[in-house]
Design a protein around this ligand. Structure first.
Ligand code: MN
Length: 207
């Protein structure tokens, strides 16, 4: 069963290195966007999560997954800060890990996932259309996600801001970041072109 490894990480969190060069996803994602997105935006979620957890030694023992699932006993402001920033860490780790240079393999689903895609969507093209459409349908900042339910069904979901699939008991398989910081430098307001181009670099995991 596919499990994102980030969910086992613990306080103090540190920025996972980018698993490829900053310009490796060109021309679909430009190096400047990657620098800002990974080194600044992602780093900020890490810093802010560590900062709020400084106050709660009990939570420092928990894995990221546990933090996301059970942020209990916190005042509402800190609970929001924990969920927003832990969600930002979780989603971005998946996003950056879930891409690879277009010239590399992995951009076609492995057999098991492929047959599940055919069962749930009919064809790979249909899945791509629906996930892209979901990405375009997110109002404001958020994510589109292909996820696997506990019952083994594939589902497309959208997440506002830094909500996470895991809090809906869904394992995220593909993540599409539709915050403007993910595409604005290169694509400006053209989220559609960005979402379509992302298919060149998204990697389908084994399930
Ligand atoms: Mn982002």
């Amino acid at each position: 069963m596919y499990t994102p490894s980030i969910q086992y990480s613990k306080y103090p969190f540190s920025l996972p290195p980018l698993p490829y060069d900053y310009d490796a996803l060109e021309p679909y994602i430009d190096a400047e966007t990657m620098h800002y997105h990974h080194d600044k935006h992602f780093q900020t979620y890490i810093n802010n999560l560590n900062k709020v957890l400084e106050k709660y030694p009990g939570m420092q023992e928990l894995t990221l997954q546990q933090i996301l699932m059970r942020p209990v006993g916190l005042p509402p402001d800190d609970r929001d800060a924990v969920l927003n920033n832990a969600g930002g860490v979780y989603n971005h780790a998946l996003f950056f890990d879930g891409m690879a240079p277009a010239s590399q393999g992995g951009h076609e689903p492995p057999d098991r996932l492929f047959s599940q895609i055919k069962t749930n969507f009919g064809t790979l093209e249909k899945l791509k259309e629906q996930l892209t459409e979901a990405a375009l349908g997110v109002f404001g900042s958020g994510w589109a996600c292909l996820g696997l339910t506990r019952q083994g069904k594939l589902r497309i979901l959208t997440l506002k801001n830094q909500e996470t699939a895991i809090r809906q008991w869904i394992t995220p398989l593909l993540m599409v970041d539709v915050w403007e910081h993910a595409y604005y430098l290169k694509y400006k307001n053209n989220r559609k072109e960005y979402a379509e181009n992302l298919w060149h670099v998204l990697v389908f995991p084994e399930i």
